[in-house]
Write a protein that binds this ligand. Sequence first.
Ligand code: ATR
Length: 303
Amino acid sequence: MNISGKTKVVGIFGYPIAHSLSPLLHNAAFEKLKMDFVYLPFLIKPPELKRAVQGIKALNLIGINVTVPHKQAIIPFLDELSPEASLIGAVNTVHHCQGKLIGYNTDGAGFIESLSQEGGFDPRGKRVLLLGAGGAASAITFSLVEKKVSELFIANRTFKKAQELVDRLKKTASSSCYLAPLKLGELSGTNLLPKIDLLINATSLGMFPEDPPPLSPHWLLSSLFYYDVVYNRRTQLLKAAADKQIRYLDGQEMLIHQAALSFNIWTNQKAPLRKMRRVIQENGKLKFPKRSRTTKRKDELKC
Ligand code: ATR
């Protein structure tokens, strides 16, 4: 990497940030296309977010990605929002353009692009069951409704959050999609699963080896397509899908496609998807933060 006085800088704001694969993905893409850019990780504690965002202009950064816990908190500090970011209520990409900071959300579109390009699955008119109602679930559901799925069931451990997400979708989405909230623990008692075309795990269950699956592998029926947004390891459900020869995708594809869309926003160039996938497969052994608080403290100490 040849950093010079002309090198353009992008990066990612998060807390923690050490586990992020985005620097690996974007720097590999810049190298492949011989672009004079560098992508840096920035560990930003929540109380520092406002000053950090002001720093994007002060330091003349081209843009940043935004990750946990800043995706919603950053919104008041930006000048404009894309329609998707505004609908979803969260930002994962900021572009510093003509003196303005414009917030985008590429998570939902990254999910849809990976589903169609890598999975060969067109969600239009399909029945979808999505597990989870957090940030990832929210981005994915808005994009699915926009893509005109016919029915969307949202099952979450905390029913209230599923209900709130459905209410938000009903208010903002101009689609005739049938929407229903469910309680995750009560799913197997329903007769819903055999009717589902696309099953998505958008909970964080599966990120850690000791995690139970959000749903019994018994429910991975051969008629459905399974998408697990967990990207740091093969979850029990992903392994079961492979064993049963069910069509599936893992969260690495969503990660790559959302990154490719951010790359395009900053550079106006098409991202080298194959290179990005290769670098993740070769180097993507994740040092994911452990659940204990001690890891967070270690992270701080490293600074
Ligand atoms: P992300 O940004 O990855 O979506 P998040 O916004 O914290 O993360 O959302 C995590 C999702 O995983 C939520 O739907 C959460 O369910 P709750 O709303 O009930 O908290 C779900 N989740 C996390 N741990 C879970 C567990 N042990 N069992 C079931 N669902 C879980």
